[in-house]
Design a protein around this ligand. Sequence first.
Ligand SMILES: Cc1cc2nc3c(=O)[nH]c(=O)nc-3n(C[C@H](O)[C@H](O)[C@H](O)COP(=O)(O)OP(=O)(O)OC[C@H]3O[C@@H](n4cnc5c(N)ncnc54)[C@H](O)[C@@H]3O)c2cc1C
Length: 227
Amino acid sequence: MSHSDAVAAEERWRGSRGRTDVRRLPENQVRDRGALDRLLDDALVAHVAVTDDGQPYVVPLAFARDRDHLVVHGSTASRAFRSLAAGAPTCATVTVVDGLVVARSQFESSMRYRSAMVLGTFAALHGADKERALQVLAARLLPGLAGARPPSEKELRATTVLALPLDEWSLKVSAGPPVDDAGDLSRPVWAGVVPLQHTWGRPEPAPDLAPGIEVPPAVAAWPEGRA
Ligand SMILES: Cc1cc2nc3c(=O)[nH]c(=O)nc-3n(C[C@H](O)[C@H](O)[C@H](O)COP(=O)(O)OP(=O)(O)OC[C@H]3O[C@@H](n4cnc5c(N)ncnc54)[C@H](O)[C@@H]3O)c2cc1C
């Protein structure tokens, strides 16, 4: 087959696949929606793509999963939020690194990870939907802090809340040991996996905290309870 025939065949093959079909290491694609939900519920940050004047920007945003949507909130003055609220197509990527994979060659060394890409268009939420989504965000990002004041009317007006449906998504998971070339297996060097765990540290009281207010039990439990 000539080079141009091979390129044409590759293009036909690519065109015949969905845009969320993993092509590079397709065996690492996970199509289980439960696994997607577990990743989204483990992570705190989504990297959300916007394009402004032809320049792509990838904006890190706190997010929460609200059943079949990914919800974010931000300033009405934000370029990214204005663009997304106007219906710009986007890709939201969520990644958790679970470890370093140390192979016997630098080439084969890699990471254990779970990462999701969600393609689509955010919709701006209003009224009761907006307030509900803010409650979901607060419950996810401030669990156990029920005492925090809800947003005022003015704060609500200054906040855009967006929801991205979990309709078109991919999940790629790398979970195995190092896979070395046969020729490297006899090298007298260590190979294996160093797991990476995310834990919370000891809560630090605000410098202006009134005396006698203790860390809420739910927050004190974070170091053990949340990864
Ligand atoms: C923490 C981390 C570190 C990584 N480091 C490297 C690196 O150093 N070098 C490297 O080459 N690759 C790395 N990857 C893998 C990388 O994200 C891509 O999967 C890979 O480079 C193939 O890209 P592609 O555009 O050719 O994918 P393709 O397989 O052509 O992508 C097709 C479709 O598959 C899906 N997809 C692809 N990648 C991902 C993903 N990571 N998560 C969810 N869906 C996906 C998307 O829907 C995409 O549209 C890393 C991934 C993670 C999570």
